[in-house]
Design a protein around this ligand. Structure first.
Ligand code: R5P
Length: 323
């Protein structure tokens, strides 16, 4: 039996959309995507979407072919095409919400770009947003429709618990690498029944990869450190934390983040850093990072999480992995 909804994919990470469509047994509506000579993007739905509920997938991060802005613009164009083609209800699945860190006026005359992006999505015709581990949850208020902020917590916990179990008898601690990560890290520490260490950070405004840290007072002799953060961007936060932890005597440094942006040459810098393992989801494409980091990287698929979420949205059931 045909489902009442279809999947559409933007061009950044079609494999994620097709994995979910396969698991759901849902139809994928193909798209014609291209870029004009002057850089403008184009998207056309290749089949009818009249009266259908659509889930439009896009991974909005830098990739070889797409800038984050190209990915966002392409999403808006696909939504516009779907609305004008009489789609019934349009949900966008943006596992990483672009501009989500620009969520407040920290200085006078600054924009709140996270709100601007959510407004643009609404104006284009989006009914529902499905995302993962939003940098700050309160930004949801800038979007007036249904907003499912999923959590990769249980996926990451499962992976980390396996490691802790494998190294039975060894000491582990959870490390919060900055003030913003304390709440999240302490939840992980509680769930893993491990102590929490907080490492304050201050970032150079001119060079974001430069981070200053105060020396850790504790002796971390032979302790394995689990660092939890919502995202790894330039890698500055975790590379500097790992260095401080190793200087304090730590054994292995394992980093878990929902979003592996790994901008600039973060993959190369992480490879040569004190970090022993990076665990991230495929909320953004990870092929390049996997190639560079090899055994130092483990990617966890969010396809099952998105599959269950779409099932729940369709059936009206409660969504479990929500933040
Ligand atoms: C900060 O508020 C975030 O939670 C991350 O710690 C930060 O965005 C990571 O950035 P980077 O990898 O560039 O240090």
């Amino acid at each position: 039996m045909k489902k009442g909804y279809c999947i559409v994919s933007g061009g950044v990470q079609p494999k994620l959309a097709s994995d979910v469509a396969k698991a759901l047994g849902a139809e994928i509506i193909a798209t014609e995507l291209k870029t004009f000579a002057n850089g403008e993007r184009y998207a056309r739905l290749e089949d009818t979407v009249r009266n259908k509920d659509l889930f439009i997938f896009q991974s909005c991060g830098n990739s070889k072919e797409y800038t984050i802005n190209d990915a966002l613009m392409e999403t808006l164009i696909i939504v516009d095409a779907a609305r004008r083609a009489s789609a019934k209800e349009i949900s966008v699945v943006l596992p990483f919400m672009p501009y989500s860190r620009q969520d407040r006026k920290a200085r006078t005359r600054e924009p709140i770009t996270a709100a601007l992006v959510l407004n643009m999505l609404k104006q284009a015709g989006v009914h529902r947003i499905i995302t993962l581990d939003l940098h700050s949850t309160q930004i949801q208020s800038a979007f007036p429709g249904p907003f499912e902020n999923l959590s990769a917590r249980s996926l990451l916990l499962k992976e980390v618990s396996k490691i802790v179990k494998e190294k039975e008898g060894e000491d582990f601690i959870v490390v919060a690498p900055d003030a913003g990560s304390v709440k999240n890290s302490s939840k992980f520490a509680t769930e893993l029944n491990l102590p929490l260490v907080f490492m304050p950070k201050s970032r150079d405004e001119k060079d974001p990869t430069k981070i200053t840290r105060t020396k850790i007072a504790e002796d971390l002799n032979k302790k394995n450190c689990l660092i939890f953060d919502d995202m790894i961007d330039t890698g500055g936060t975790i590379i500097s934390a790992a260095e401080g932890l190793k200087n304090a005597g730590a054994k292995k440094i394992i980093v878990c983040a929902t979003h592996g942006l790994l901008s600039l040459n973060a993959a190369e810098r992480l490879k040569n850093s004190d970090v022993d393992l990076v665990i991230a989801t495929n909320s953004l494409p990870q092929q390049y990072n996997e190639e560079i980091l090899g055994k130092k990287m483990k990617t966890i698929s969010i396809a099952p999480l998105l599959t269950n979420t779409i099932k729940s949205v369709d059936s009206g059931d409660n969504i479990v992995d929500i933040d």
